[in-house]
Design a protein around this ligand. Structure first.
Ligand code: VG1
Ligand code: CO
Length: 566
């Protein structure tokens, strides 16, 4: 078919700066004339796509199909050699990372706003990933942002849209197009990593006492979950719920935490389910929740790191080369690293900061407190991977102790008895005024420069606990591999007893400002089970009171209570 490259005149839009994980805005903003086109052209202006192979995949949310066609038009006009696209434009974020690596593509464009709600009145997002399969580093996202500020034209080739529902090869103008199955490569990947026969044997032989429930939250992972839990592990259909992806996620908030995944939590409790798990809109987050036992993400990554070399074939074979966490994540994994003599890196928030360490062979397993867990099998966090990792570990632990049922609760208690426990919780204040958030940040910065909080002691009114501030600081990070520096990644108040409170502004919201407060208190193993196995909010009560008081957060944000507690 003949084709013609057209140049369309445009003007820059303000605010096309990628945040923690891509550009996220309301759908209505992306739908403005030239808005999406500008950002896509800016990507191609920043990373020359001539002769390159790029992957396209989205989480199926509203506006994904249209945007795939936009990328085809602009990408072909900019000289992309080949696009590999998930069927119907769908790939979970971890599946897209895998496809980029497996098919040796030069990068990819992911269409997702992750756990943010979808639909015509909610959020959409575009994220660029590089050839290692991971999110573009700040050097690239800054370049894209610079291009959005000076853009004056974009190029298109106008041809009839490609049928995204038909697998196989075709062309769009000068560009080759391959539409692939969205699920099969990913299932293959997990089967190569985990001990599927062991898991299958365990879940089937103990099916009366160990029920499994996976909740796709109407996000992208439904078909992946079905293929793994029902088809590969032979669990009943009733062990997956909300497994049909919907463009508006059924009107819900596809974020797997105790607030938004309440449907899972309720069914787990009602039906006596030993193992429940959920994943977010684009499939990179996970929550592990069994009857009466919630696993904080900080504990989850520590426990996976603790058992992996013994229980999971991928690590048994390849070994573990270092661990890592994002700065606000609790130090639970540090204790595991210390005992095992492994490096443990602390990076800023956002998965992009793990990539260099993985590529350098210095990082195998890592996590973020925000329900993100993963490993160097790909370069994104991976919700279904984490869920199957837990099943693999439980199957192995039960093989070791055949006379008792080792469930999530038992595994947690065993872990705390060895390592002690870092109680951890995050308070989110969503869509507060930007001025209030700035005042909070400014006040903390003043404390940092004047050292005015150091050595002051604060008493909790309800528990009587005393906390003395050791230091207040800003977290800056220098990447150990490429030495790039990222400044102001959160303000940290450290106390004498090792407790800590972190304040950070979210970089993924699409409206106003979101303030996150992260609270952590360590209790050593010697404290005994009564202290170690307390409820999280109970264990942190005094510290939270003190944190709110010294930061004056409630006054600055004019909010009595957080929007979400995790
Ligand atoms: C949040 C989380 C962060 C995570 C990011 C993307 O960022 O805190 O840990 O990497 O979301 O997750 P922020 O800047 O809002 O705190 V996902 O599942 O939205 O790609
Ligand atoms: Co996500």
């Amino acid at each position: 078919m003949s084709y013609q490259v057209k140049e369309i005149q445009t003007k820059p839009f303000e605010g096309q700066k990628p945040g923690t994980s891509g550009l996220r805005k309301r759908v209505k903003i992306f739908q403005q004339e030239h808005y999406t086109e500008n950002f896509v052209q800016a990507i191609f202006d920043a990373v020359d796509p001539k002769g390159k192979t790029l992957v396209i995949g989205g989480d199926g949310r509203y506006y994904c199909p249209e945007t795939v066609q936009t990328i085809l038009k602009i990408g072909s006009a900019n000289g992309v050699a080949k696009f590999i696209i998930g069927k119907d434009g769908i790939l979970s974020t971890p599946a897209a990372s895998n496809i980029i690596r497996k098919y040796k593509a030069d990068g990819g464009i992911l269409l997702t706003a992750s756990h943010n709600p979808g639909g015509p009145n909610n959020d959409f997002g575009i994220k660029y990933n590089v050839s290692n399969g991971g999110p573009a580093p700040e050097s690239v996202t800054n370049k894209i942002y610079e291009k959005t500020k000076s853009i004056s034209t974009y190029k298109v080739i106008e041809l009839p849209p490609i049928d995204l529902g038909k697998k196989g090869f075709s062309t769009y103008g000068p560009t080759n197009v391959e539409i692939i199955d969205s699920v099969s490569d990913y299932v293959q990947l997990l089967e190569d990593i985990f001990d599927f026969p062991l898991i299958k044997n365990f879940v089937q032989s103990r099916s009366n006492e160990f029920k499994v429930l996976f909740d796709g939250m109407h996000g992208v992972t439904g078909p992946y979950g079905h293929a793994i839990f029902v088809d590969a592990l032979g669990l009943p259909e009733s062990s997956v719920q909300n497994a049909i992806p919907l463009p508006d996620f059924g009107g819900g908030h596809p974020d797997p935490n105790l607030t938004y995944a309440h449907e899972l939590v309720e069914r787990v409790e009602r039906d006596n389910i030993q193992f429940g798990a959920a994943s977010d809109g684009d499939g990179d987050r996970n929550m592990i929740y069994g009857k009466g036992a919630f696993v904080t993400p900080s504990d989850s990554v520590a426990i996976i790191a603790d058992w992996a070399a013994e229980a999971i074939p991928y690590f048994k074979k390849g070994g573990i080369h270092g661990l890592a966490r994002s700065m606000p994540t609790s130090a639970q994994i540090d204790y595991v690293a210390k005992k095992k003599g492994l490096e443990c890196h602390v990076v800023p928030t956002g998965w992009k900061f793990f990539g260099n360490l993985m590529d350098a062979g210095r990082l195998s397993i890592c996590g973020e407190e925000s329900f993100g867990t993963g490993s160097d099998h790909i370069r994104e966090k991976d919700g279904v991977w984490a869920i199957v990792a837990w099943l693999n570990i439980l199957a192995y632990a039960n093989q070791q102790s055949p006379n008792e049922l080792v469930g999530i609760k038992q595994l947690l208690e065993k872990h705390y008895a060895v390592y002690g426990r870092s109680f951890f919780s995050r308070y989110d204040y969503e869509e507060v005024s930007s001025e209030g958030a700035q005042k909070l940040v400014d006040a903390l910065n003043e404390h940092i420069s004047a050292s005015s909080l150091a050595k002051t002691t604060h008493t909790s009114k309800s528990t009587g606990q005393k906390f003395t501030v050791a230091e207040v600081s800003n977290f800056d990070y220098t990447d150990p591999i490429d030495h790039s520096v990222s400044k102001n990644q959160g303000q940290v108040v450290r106390f004498d007893d090792g407790s800590r409170v972190v304040f950070r502004l979210s970089g993924t919201g699409s409206q106003g400002a979101t303030v996150r407060m992260y609270v952590e208190r360590y209790v050593p193993a010697s404290a005994g089970p009564a202290e170690l196995n307390k409820d999280t909010q109970e264990g942190l009560k005094g510290l939270i009171e003190v944190a709110l008081e010294i930061s004056k957060l409630r006054e600055f944000l004019e909010r009595e209570k957080p929007t979400v507690i995790t």
